[in-house]
Ligand binder design. Structure first.
Ligand code: AGP
Length: 610
C-alpha cells in the first residue's frame, strides 16, 4: 500500500506534493520521490527512507513547476532503495509515473518489452507500465490512446498518477483495485490515494472507480472508462477529519486492518494461483526451489502471532507433503543448539522482518547449513534480506500493534507453499485444482465472516468485565485458539489461555465455573464430534461457552451460550476464517474496557531487542 499525490494548477506544485505525501506516510514509508513538469522538462528527485530524507536531499534546489506527482512507497516488488523509489519513467524519461498496487502479469509484460528492445533500470513492476505506454505511443502518436491501451494490457491493481513531455500541461490518473480520489479546487486539481492528502486545499472530491481514468489540465478534467467512454462523476464533499481518513473511517487501525483482510488475503495470492494446473507459484523461492522441494525436514521459527501461523503451517505441511515439521519459538531455537542437517529447510516467519529473536534464529540455522526461507511482510527488512529466498505476504503496512491481517496472510502464504510442494509429491492435479478453486473464493468467505461483527459485539458486552478466558480448539483450530487468546490478552489486558480442547481434562478443567468464559472453535471438521464432548464437559461444570461454528450448525446452538457462525472451507484453510470473530471479540472487549487498542501498554510493533 503506497501513497500517491498529483497536482495541477496555478500554484507551485512542490510544497503541495510534499505536504500531501506527509499525510500519506502511514501508507508506506520506505522511500519517497517527486517529479515536476516545467517548461517542457521533467525533474525527478527520489530517495530511500522517509519523506523528510527526500526533503533534506532536495534542500534549496529550485523545484519549479505547476504540474507534478509524488509517491511514498511500501515496497512489494524490488528492495526499498533509491533506484526502486518512485517515480519511474520510460526509456527516454518522457513518461513519468507513480503507482500504488501490484501488477500480476509484470513478468510477461517485462519479457515482451525486452524482446522489443526495452531495458529496465529497476526491479519494480511499476517501471513496466511506463515502458508499455511508451511502446503503444510509438504506434498511436496519441498519448491518451497509448495510456488507455497500456492499461488494458495490465492484470492486477493500480492507482496511478502520470505526467509526460508528450502532453506537458496535463495530469493523467487511473484506478483499478487501489483507491484514488480526484480533488476539485479553485482552478486547481489534485489526485491522491485518499483525501487526507488534499483536504487542506479542498474537500470537494471525485472518487474514481475501478476501470476509470481522469485527464486533467489547467481548464478542468474529463473522466472516462479505460474503454474510452466519457462518464459524468459526482463531486462529493469530504466531511471526515484527517485522522478518520487515515483510518478509512474506522475508529482504530486495528479494526481497519481486520476489515482489510478480504483484500490482503487476495493480494497474498495475487499472481500465485494457477487454477488450470491446480498448482501455486512462489517466484521468490526460485533461488532455493530445489532445496525447498527436497527438504527432508522443515523447521519453522517465529515469535508471537507469527509462531501461531507457523503451528498451522506444521499441520498443513505434514498433512499434504508428508515431511516432518517442527515449530519452535525463535527465542528458544537460537539458544538450544538445535540439530540441523544440510537437507533441512528452516522457515522464518515475521511480519516486521526485524524481530531480534527470529533474526538470530535464522542466522543460527544458516550457520548450521540449513536452507533458510522467509515469510515476511516488510520488503527489504533484515530477515527478508538475510534468508536464501522467501515469500512476501503483501499485507501492506500493519499499523495496529496487535497483528491481524499479517496472520491471515502468513497462513495463506503457508498454504501456497504447501500446495506448491505437495503437487510435486503425492497431490494429484485434480486435488490441486479443487484446492486452488477453494483458495480463489477464500477472500469472499473472509468477507462473510466479517458479517459476524454485530453478534460478536453483543457477546463482547456480556464478557467485557471478566478476568480470565479459556480458548479451545482442535487440529487446525488449536493454533487459532492460541492466537485468539493472544489477541485478547495483548489489547484488553484480560488473562486468556489457548489450549488443545482435549487437553482441558489434564488440568485446566479445574478452572471452569460460571465466571470462566470458554471460547471454542467448533467448526465442522474431522474433530467436530470430539469437540462437542469437550463442550459438554465445560457445560457440566457451569462454564459459559462461546462457540465459533459452521454456518447452519443448529446442533450446537442448543448446547452453548453463544454461537458465532462462519463459512466452512477446507480444514487447512479454515484458520484464515476462524480467526476473524476472535480478532473482533478481542477488539470490541478492549474498546469497551477503554484500552488503547492500536498501542497497547508495554508492547511494541516490532521487538527488535532480545
Ligand atoms: C502479535 O499481535 C504481537 N504484536 C506479537 O506477538 C508479534 O506477532 C511478534 O512480536 C512477532 O512479530 P513479527 O511477526 O514482526 O516477527
Amino acid at each position: 500500500m503506497c501513497g500517491i499525490v498529483g497536482y495541477i494548477g496555478k500554484r507551485d506544485a512542490y510544497p503541495i506534493l510534499i505536504n500531501g505525501l506527509k499525510r500519506l506516510e502511514y501508507r508506506g514509508y520506505d522511500s519517497a520521490g517527486v517529479a515536476l513538469s516545467n517548461n517542457g522538462q521533467i525533474i525527478i528527485e527520489k530517495q530511500v527512507g522517509k519523506i523528510s530524507v527526500l526533503e533534506q536531499s532536495i534542500g534549496d534546489k529550485p523545484m519549479r513547476g505547476l504540474v507534478g506527482i509524488a509517491h511514498t512507497r511500501w515496497a512489494t516488488h524490488g528492495e526499498p532503495n533509491q533506484i526502486n523509489a518512485h517515480p519511474h519513467t520510460d526509456s527516454e524519461g518522457n513518461i513519468v509515473l507513480v503507482h500504488n498496487g501490484i501488477i500480476e502479469n509484470y513478468s510477461t509484460l517485462r519479457q515482451m518489452l525486452q524482446d522489443k528492445g526495452h531495458t529496465f533500470n529497476t526491479e519494480t513492476d511499476t517501471e513496466i507500465i511506463a515502458h508499455l505506454i511508451e511502446e503503444f505511443y510509438k504506434h498511436t502518436q496519441n498519448f491518451e490512446d497509448a495510456f488507455r491501451s497500456a492499461l488494458l494490457e495490465i492484470d492486477g491493481t493500480y492507482g496511478l498518477a502520470l505526467i509526460t513531455k508528450h502532453e506537458p500541461g496535463k495530469l493523467f490518473a487511473a484506478r483499478m483495485g487501489s483507491p484514488l480520489v480526484l480533488g476539485v479546487g479553485d482552478e486547481e486539481y489534485f489526485v491522491a490515494s485518499d483525501a487526507s492528502a488534499i483536504i487542506a486545499h479542498t474537500r470537494d472530491v471525485i472518487y474514481l472507480e475501478d476501470g476509470e481514468i481522469a485527464i486533467i489540465d489547467e481548464h478542468g478534467y474529463v473522466t472516462k472508462t479505460i474503454e474510452n467512454e466519457v462518464i459524468e462523476k459526482k463531486v462529493e464533499r469530504v466531511t471526515f477529519d484527517l485522522e478518520r481518513i487515515e483510518k478509512a473511517g474506522y475508529d482504530h487501525f486495528m479494526l481497519k486492518e481486520i476489515y482489510e483482510q478480504p483484500r490482503t488475503v487476495a493480494d497474498c495470492m495475487r499472481g500465485r494461483l494457477q487454477p488450470e494446473e491446480g498448482v501455486t507459484r512462489l517466484g521468490g523461492l526460485s533461488p532455493i526451489l530445489h532445496n525447498v522441494l527436497r527438504a527432508r525436514k522443515i523447521l519453522i521459527t517465529a515469535c508471537g502471532t507469527s509462531y501461531h501461523a507457523g503451528l498451522i503451517g506444521e499441520y498443513m505441511l505434514e498433512e499434504y507433503c508428508r515431511v516432518p515439521v517442527e515449530v519452535e519459538y525463535a527465542s528458544e531455537f537460537r539458544y538450544r543448539d538445535p540439530i540441523i542437517e544440510d537437507d533441512n529447510l528452516v522457515i522464518a516467519i515475521s511480519q516486521s522482518g526485524e524481530t531480534a529473536d527470529t533474526l538470530a534464529a535464522l542466522r543460527e540455522a544458516k550457520r548450521k547449513g540449513a536452507t533458510v526461507m522467509g515469510i515476511v511482510n516488510v520488503v527489504g527488512s533484515s530477515i527478508a534480506r538475510e534468508t536464501h529466498g522467501g515469500t512476501y505476504i503483501h499485507a501492506g503496512p500493519e499499523i495496529g500493534v496487535a497483528s491481524t491481517k499479517a496472520f491471515t496472510s502468513q497462513v495463506t502464504a503457508l498454504a501456497l507453499l504447501t500446495i506448491m510442494i505437495a503437487r510435486t509429491k503425492t497431490m494429484s492435479a485434480e486435488a490441486g485444482r479443487r484446492i486452488v478453486q477453494e483458495m480463489m473464493i477464500l477472500p469472499e468467505k473472509v468477507e462473510q465472516a466479517l458479517k459476524s461483527d454485530e453478534i460478536v459485539k453483543e457477546i463482547a458486552y456480556q464478557f467485557k468485565d471478566k478476568t480470565n478466558f479459556l480458548y479451545l480448539g482442535r487440529g487446525y483450530n488449536y493454533p487459532v485458539a492460541l492466537e485468539g487468546a493472544l489477541k485478547l490478552k495483548e489489547i484488553s489486558y484480560i488473562h486468556a489461555e489457548g489450549y488443545p480442547a482435549a487437553e482441558m481434562k489434564h488440568g485446566p478443567i479445574a478452572l471452569i465455573d460460571e465466571d470462566m468464559p470458554v471460547v471454542v472453535i467448533a467448526t465442522k471438521d474431522s474433530t467436530y464430534e470430539k469437540i462437542i464432548s469437550n463442550i459438554q464437559e465445560v457445560k457440566a461444570r457451569k462454564g459459559r461457552v462461546i462457540a465459533v461454528v459452521s454456518e447452519g450448525d443448529e446442533k450446537l446452538k442448543d448446547m452453548v451460550d453463544y454461537t458465532i457462525p462462519i463459512p466452512n472451507t477446507f480444514n487447512f484453510l479454515q484458520p484464515v476464517i476462524s480467526i476473524i470473530p476472535l480478532q473482533l471479540l478481542a477488539y470490541h472487549i478492549a474498546v469497551m474496557r477503554g484500552c488503547n487498542v492500536d498501542q497497547p501498554r508495554n508492547l511494541a510493533k516490532s521487538v527488535t531487542v532480545e
